[in-house]
Design a protein around this ligand. Structure first.
Ligand code: NAG
Ligand code: NAG
Ligand code: NAG
Ligand code: NAG
Length: 298
C-alpha cells in the first residue's frame, strides 16, 4: 500500500494539471502592463475548498490589502508610483501549506520627445559621403522594450533595439550611418520610438515620432556649368548672373555661386530658366549643386 501511494504522488507531481490543482490561484489579469502614475487592480482568486487564507505579497507593504478568508482578494492601486515591483499572490492551505503565484509587472512611460539630428553636421549633404544620424529618445521606460525605426520618406531603413536593463526612465541615443545618393535629394529623414508592451498586441501603440529632417544632397555635375538648348533654327543663348550678362563659367570657383538666368531667343520668341547654384567642396574639389539646366523642345 505504501509503495503504491508514493508512485501515485510522483506521477501526480509531474503532471502540470495536477500541480495547478495543488496551487489553483488565478490572477486577473495574469500579467500587468501599467503606465506610471495610472491606477490598476488585479484580482487573485482561488476555489474556496481547502484554502484558509488568501493574501498579496508586495514590496510596498502600505498598499497591500489585508489577507482574507474569502475566495478572492483584489489588489487596487490608485497611482502606480514604482518602476520595479515584483508582487505575488499566495494562498495557505491546511493540507498543502502555502503556494505563491507571481504577477509579472511592466511599468512604462512614453518618451517625452524623440529627436533626430546629424552628428557634427548641418546643412546640405554630399553624395557618397558618410553621415551619422542620431535618434535621441528622451526620458523613456523601460528602455529595454524600445524599438526604434529609422525612415527616409516612407521607406524603413533599419530597426534598433536597446539592451539597457534599467526599469526607470532613461534617455537613449540610437545611431544610423547613411551614405546619401543623389536620388535621396529632398527626402525627409525621421525616426520613431515604439514601446513594445504587448508582444501579442491588442492594446494601443505607444509610439512617438521625431520631426522630419529634410535634406539636400549635393552631387557633382561636372567641371563646368552646361546648358543645353535645342531648337530649329538654333536659338541664341545668353547667360545672365544676378541680372548681368556673363559667359558660362568653365571651372567652378566659389565666386560662381549665385542665381543664373539662361535666356534663349529663337523664332518662338524668348524663353528663360533661372537656377540657384551652390558651389561646395567635395573632397577638395569644388562642385555645383543640383542643377537642372536642360531646356529641351523649345
Ligand atoms: C474576482 O474573481 C472572482 C473569481 O473569478 C470573482 O468571483 C469576483 O467577482 C472577482 N472580483 C472582482 C472585484 O473582480
Ligand atoms: C563632434 O565634434 C567634436 C569637435 O570636433 C568632437 O569632439 C566630437 O567627438 C564629435 N562627435 C562625434 C560623435 O563624432
Ligand atoms: C548592447 O550590448 C553590447 C554588449 O554588451 C554592446 O556592445 C552594444 O553596444 C550594446 N548596444 C546598445 C545599443 O547599447
Ligand atoms: C524670364 O521669363 C519670365 C516669364 O516667362 C519673364 O517674366 C522674365 O522677365 C524673363 N527674364 C528675363 C531675364 O528675360
Amino acid at each position: 500500500m505504501v509503495t503504491w501511494s508514493c508512485v501515485l504522488l510522483h506521477l501526480l507531481c509531474l503532471n502540470s494539471l495536477c500541480l495547478k490543482a495543488r496551487c489553483p490561484l488565478t490572477l486577473s489579469p495574469s500579467s500587468l502592463v501599467v503606465r506610471f502614475g495610472d491606477p490598476f487592480q488585479v484580482n487573485c482568486s482561488v476555489p474556496m475548498k481547502g484554502f484558509s487564507l488568501l493574501g498579496w505579497e508586495v514590496t510596498l507593504v502600505r498598499v497591500a490589502p489585508e489577507p482574507t478568508m474569502n475566495s478572492f482578494l483584489v489588489w487596487r492601486v490608485e497611482h502606480m508610483t514604482e518602476w520595479a515591483i515584483s508582487p505575488s499572490c499566495y494562498a495557505v492551505s491546511d493540507m498543502e501549506g502555502p503556494c505563491h503565484l507571481h504577477l509579472p509587472v511592466l511599468v512604462y512611460k512614453a518618451p517625452d520627445s524623440v529627436s533626430l539630428s546629424f552628428v557634427n553636421h548641418t546643412g546640405s549633404l554630399l553624395e557618397h559621403h558618410q553621415y551619422t544620424l542620431w535618434c535621441t529618445v528622451h526620458n523613456v521606460a523601460p528602455a529595454g522594450n524600445l524599438l526604434v525605426t529609422f525612415y527616409r520618406g516612407q521607406t524603413q531603413l533599419v530597426q534598433r533595439h536597446s539592451n539597457v536593463t534599467e526599469k526607470t526612465p532613461v534617455t537613449e541615443v540610437f545611431t544610423l550611418d547613411i551614405v546619401p545618393r543623389r536620388e535621396d535629394d529632398g527626402n525627409d529623414y525621421w525616426c520613431e520610438a515604439e514601446l513594445q508592451l504587448h508582444p501579442t498586441g491588442t492594446q494601443q501603440r505607444v509610439a512617438v515620432a521625431s520631426e522630419k529632417v529634410t535634406t539636400t544632397v549635393l552631387f557633382k555635375m561636372g567641371e563646368s556649368l552646361r546648358c543645353e538648348v535645342r531648337g530649329n533654327p538654333e536659338p541664341s543663348v545668353i547667360w545672365l548672373k544676378d541680372g548681368r550678362l556673363v559667359t558660362p563659367p568653365a571651372h567652378s570657383t566659389r565666386a560662381h555661386a549665385g542665381k543664373y538666368t539662361v535666356l534663349a531667343t529663337g523664332l518662338f520668341g524668348e524663353r528663360n530658366v533661372t537656377v540657384e547654384v551652390e558651389v561646395v567642396t567635395c573632397r577638395g574639389i569644388l562642385v555645383y549643386s543640383t542643377l537642372q539646366l536642360s531646356i529641351t523642345s523649345i
